[in-house]
Write a protein that binds this ligand. Structure first.
Ligand SMILES: [Zn+2]
Length: 63
């Protein structure tokens, strides 16, 4: 089930565990750049609301 914040989750912004600064964001997601030296043009799109799987995301997040 989705929840706003899970303790010690490094992607839940409220935990303040991100090693870098998001490159962009909107109301539902934020985006991090790749730290993999072989994938320099890749990004990760992360939901603001903690989700264990994509199936936990809300209909609004999918739009
Ligand atoms: Zn999380």
């Amino acid at each position: 089930m989705p929840s706003d914040t899970v303790p010690n989750c490094r992607f839940c912004l409220a935990n303040d565990l991100l090693a870098d600064t998001p490159l962009g964001e909107n109301h539902a997601f934020y985006m991090l750049g790749s730290i993999d030296p072989e994938l320099t043009t890749s990004v990760m799109i992360i939901p603001r609301q903690h989700s264990e799987t994509p199936f936990d995301m809300t209909a609004e997040e999918w739009q």
